[in-house]
Design a protein around this ligand. Structure first.
Ligand SMILES: C[S@@+](CC[C@H](N)C(=O)[O-])C[C@H]1O[C@@H](n2cnc3c(N)ncnc32)[C@H](O)[C@@H]1O
Length: 290
């Protein structure tokens, strides 16, 4: 079988199995390409047109079909099966100890947080770091910054440590176990966070693929707002004078904006999709009361 036929067959099978997407791809065809290219080691975006005709060896075919079967029957996100996810153009090791990276903050990182961060930050905190994707990608755009990756879950931090090493950042990036800010010491010039923000009712209704992710990474009380609100309340104590907080709360942003209509936050817009990410300065956070 060649690559094109294999992608066609797999995408048809994925379509018939009525899978749910949203962990890196949003349709059966891309999901099949993602699987095949990863197993065959074909770099994304660099294929020269001849790749469709490439024949799979018997071993490659067996591996691909095995993973496709597991994708269908176990409803595991493809990233867990491949133990790899892409974020901000970078590969990250992932497994079921962490959420699959997909935050729209990737786009902001690639723009070096412009226009919200004027000077390159010296100290950065990625709070609720999971795989470490946000903090590590940030460390790679601010090459002089010291970056702390914090998470309450030791399991998640083990994954983050694998990624620190994979990106050769052991000298500048460290993983810290902390319940929000509990074991952290400021001041940070930039705090960036994609925390849990999904309400209990929404968690109960998630499609099977999302139920394979750690609930600790999704669930937040108070209609999803408890953890984002706690971060907004505590962040001023950990930000430097000109520090900035970038906080994601996804679709919970509408409820938040209803409750706090006067809070001077900036809601970011993304070219590649995604919503509910705010930026606010320490100064504005102190003036506002959350
Ligand atoms: C939505 S996931 C985000 C992971 C990563 N930042 C990303 O964008 O892929 C949220 C993470 O917050 C962690 N977490 C949950 N409650 C926490 C708390 N109280 N303090 C610190 N981390 C927490 C979870 O373990 C999980 O890894």
């Amino acid at each position: 079988m060649n690559v094109l036929t294999c992608v066609e067959n797999l995408s048809q099978r994925f379509e018939q199995a009525d899978l749910y997407y949203g962990h890196g791809t949003d349709n059966p065809w891309d999901e099949a390409v993602y699987l095949l290219f990863t197993v065959l080691g074909i770099p994304f975006g660099e294929e020269d047109g001849s790749v469709g005709a490439r024949e799979l060896s018997a071993e490659e075919e067996q591996k691909v079909l095995e993973l496709a079967d597991r994708r269908i029957h176990e409803r595991l996100p493809m990233a867990y099966l491949l133990q790899q996810a892409w974020f901000a153009g970078l590969p990250f090791y992932v497994d079921e100890r962490v959420l699959v990276p997909r935050s729209p903050i990737a786009e902001l990182i690639l723009q070096q947080y412009q226009p919200f961060v004027e000077e390159a930050p010296r100290r950065v905190l990625d709070l609720c770091t999971g795989s470490g994707c946000i903090g590590i990608a940030t460390a790679l755009v601010f090459t002089g910054a010291q970056v702390d990756l914090a998470d309450i879950s030791e399991d998640a931090l083990e994954v983050a440590r694998i990624n620190i090493k994979q990106h050769g950042l052991q000298g500048r990036v460290r993983a810290v176990q902390s319940d929000l800010f509990q074991h952290l010491e400021g001041p940070y010039d930039l705090i960036v966070s994609n925390p849990p923000y999904v309400s209990a009712e929404e968690v109960a209704e998630l499609p099977p693929e999302y139920k394979r992710e750690p609930e600790l990474g999704l669930l937040s009380e108070d209609d999803g707002l408890a953890i984002p609100l706690e971060i907004l309340r505590q962040a001023p104590h950990y930000l430097s004078e000109n520090g900035v907080l970038v906080l994601e709360m996804g679709y919970s942003w509408e409820l938040f904006a209803e409750r706090y209509p006067d809070l001077p936050v900036i809601w970011l817009e993304f070219e590649n999709g995604g919503e509910g990410v705010l930026a606010i300065t320490r100064e504005a956070l102190i003036r506002a009361s959350v």
